[in-house]
Design a binder for this molecule. Structure first.
Ligand SMILES: [Mg+2]
Length: 231
């Protein structure tokens, strides 16, 4: 079984550092007129968030400007993660990950809209060792043109197949996340979807989005492993 964890508001909260860094980067690249009114961030690929931020502010999204936003975002994220004392792994996350360590029947991975560099910074900041994720599907691996979160499920499945030399089917994969985007990308590949209501989407909304199973949090390790189908 391949378990794919989202990062933001599934494994951890950055304590507002992510959004603060995004807005500092936006103000720096776009100038004092910068506005984030209407900018959707939850569950989305960083590349799409940056593109929307530029478009909302009437700035052309060329590759150089994308890169500049990304570079400034990464810079500010490092500072903001140091400044905030509200960053934390979410309830049960350390224990759930510890309980999966050493299992030969389970491959653990991340599937996230973060670029690798900023995603690793967030994991490091809350004491989650990124090296435990055998499969790592970051925004870096999504296509540059019309990237979709579902593209990362493909990336993750191919990585897992290379590691295990075993063919994977959708039903061998569990996608775990806090938004309907996590649910949607699972369903696009016939994967099992576990919604965790530790973000801004309620358990009822995750169920309505089609999650196969919904948890309020991962605080109960036994119930979490049962939800993943790996108890
Ligand atoms: Mg999330």
């Amino acid at each position: 079984m391949l378990l794919l964890f989202d990062i933001d508001l599934t494994l951890l909260t950055s304590g507002g550092a992510g959004e603060a860094a995004l807005h500092l980067a936006g103000r720096e690249v776009i100038g004092p007129s910068y506005s984030h009114e209407g900018l959707q961030v939850a569950g989305r690929l960083d590349r799409l968030i940056f593109a929307d931020m530029l478009a909302l502010n009437g700035v052309a999204t060329d590759e150089a400007t994308q890169e500049r936003v990304r570079e400034r975002y990464t810079h500010h994220l490092g500072e903001q993660l140091t400044l905030t004392d509200r960053k934390a792994a979410l309830p049960g996350v350390h224990d759930v990950l510890a309980s999966l360590r050493g299992r030969t029947d389970v491959v653990v991975g991340v599937l996230t809209g973060n670029y690798e560099r900023s995603g690793r910074m967030k994991l490091d900041a809350v004491g989650i060792d990124a090296s435990q994720f055998v499969v790592q599907a970051w925004c870096d691996f999504a296509p540059r043109v019309q990237p979709k979160r579902a593209d990362l499920v493909d990336v993750a499945m191919r990585q897992c197949e290379q590691r295990t030399a075993r063919r994977l089917r959708g039903k061998d994969v569990v996608v775990i996340g806090d938004t309907h985007h996590d649910v949607d990308c699972a369903k696009a590949h016939g994967c099992f979807s576990v919604g965790v209501a530790t973000g801004r989407t309620s358990a009822a909304e995750l169920a309505a989005a089609g999650a196969d199973c919904v948890l309020e949090s991962m605080a109960d390790v036994g119930a979490t492993l049962r939800a993943f189908g790996v108890a």
